[in-house]
Ligand binder design. Structure first.
Ligand code: TXA
Ligand code: MG
Length: 338
């Protein structure tokens, strides 16, 4: 299939026309990739089973992994969910629109292959002007996972989406790099106390300022529990070559780089601070602070290609703030954690 690629720029009329075109494709049951503030999403009408099944086909995604339904406003959100506890309103007042996905009781408006047959549904109001406009113009809930081939790092630019899905989807709204760079925080709001199922763009510390106590799904901490978010059990975010995650600062990093080199091409991913203290040939520095590091992480994972390097050695970052999301993704991407 021919994929229409709209390159959005500072041209209001062109962008409006492109978004309208994308909304029409969605309403006719096709799949379209669009930017959000976290990563690009691969969208389809969440009320049409056949449309949603095209997402799974294009991505090669396991059928038991539910999708997030995206809506523009709280009003649209209430049309697809059942009753929820009062703390949800508080969280919405504080963080919506934004990188936070609420798992709430579904009222059945969204079809079964969105929820993977669960009685709950993940819903999110994204904070990106293009996503907002697309959701308002189409006026339908849009089911959207990250717009990558299943297992690969999520796409943070239109170029990443194009590389993975060109020819497999009807359209792509390309608005350049996303902002946050890691996916939304998924929070289960169907119990008395909210549970973080996936760390993401809104940190545990931020959530705690609003709701007081909050639980982290034990499966995230690496315990042998079955994760409550079905998607968390799969291998994910994998670069083309094995990734080694190394804790212990630049000295330990240097030691591992030197040991592993042995005539091999090594790719290194580190904070700018650590990178400045290292000696290595192929190095990507992600930035000084954790938010910057999050924004550049997936691009870095896609940059080191098979044939260029044989191993990636990546720094382990502090597990605080958005560092929790960064490390959650890196541990999934890594084949070795030293
Ligand atoms: O930032 C994001 O969340 C991006 C953008 C496109 O919005 N989307 C995204 O979707 O990351 P996806 O499909 O890659 O990840 C959705 C996660 C999965 O781990 C899935 O298992 C979980 O949310 N999830 C969805 N619905 C759920 C439900 N009803 N109960 C538990 N977990 C759910
Ligand atoms: Mg994903």
């Amino acid at each position: 299939m021919e994929t229409i690629r709209w390159n959005l720029k500072n041209d209001y009329l062109y962008n409006q026309k492109a978004i309208k075109g994308a909304a029409e494709l969605l309403k006719s049951g096709s799949v379209v990739a669009f930017p959000t503030e976290t990563v690009y999403g691969l969208g389809a009408d969440a009320t049409k089973e056949e449309a949603v099944s095209k997402i799974f086909q294009a991505k090669g995604r396991p059928q038991d992994n539910p999708l997030i339904a995206h809506v523009a406003t709280k009003n649209q959100l209430t049309r697809i969910v059942g009753n929820y506890p009062p703390f949800v309103d508080k969280l919405m007042d504080a963080f919506v629109p934004g990188p936070l996905t609420f798992v709430l009781p579904s009222n059945g408006t969204c079809v079964e292959n969105v929820t993977a047959g669960l009685s709950t549904i993940g819903v999110r109001i994204p904070d990106h002007p293009v996503a907002q406009e697309l959701l308002s113009v189409s006026d339908i809930p849009i089911a959207a996972p990250s717009a990558n081939i299943s297992g690969k790092p999520s796409p943070t630019t239109g170029h990443h989406v194009w590389a993975d899905l060109q020819g497999k989807i009807a359209g792509l709204l390309d608005a350049g790099p996303t902002g946050v760079g890691v996916e939304s925080t998924v929070i289960d709001c169907t119990h008395e106390v909210p549970i973080i199922l996936r760390p993401g763009g809104i940190t545990k510390e931020q959530l705690e300022t609003v709701v007081g106590s909050i639980i982290i799904d034990p499966a995230i901490a690496g315990a042998n529990e079955r994760p409550a978010a079905p998607g968390m059990k799969y291998k994910h975010y994998s670069p083309e070559v094995p990734l080694w995650l190394v804790k212990g600062g630049h000295r330990k990093m240097q030691q591992v780089i030197d040991e592993e080199k042995n005539g091999r091409q090594v790719g290194v991913i580190a904070s700018t601070e650590t990178a400045q203290a290292l000696e290595a040939d192929n190095m990507i520095s992600l930035g000084w602070e954790l938010p910057e590091i999050a924004a550049h992480l997936y691009e870095a994972l896609r940059t080191f290609k098979e044939g260029d390097v044989e191993i990636i050695i990546c720094e382990a970052f502090p597990e605080e703030g958005i560092g929790q999301a960064i490390m959650n993704r890196l541990k999934k991407a890594a084949s070795v954690y030293l």
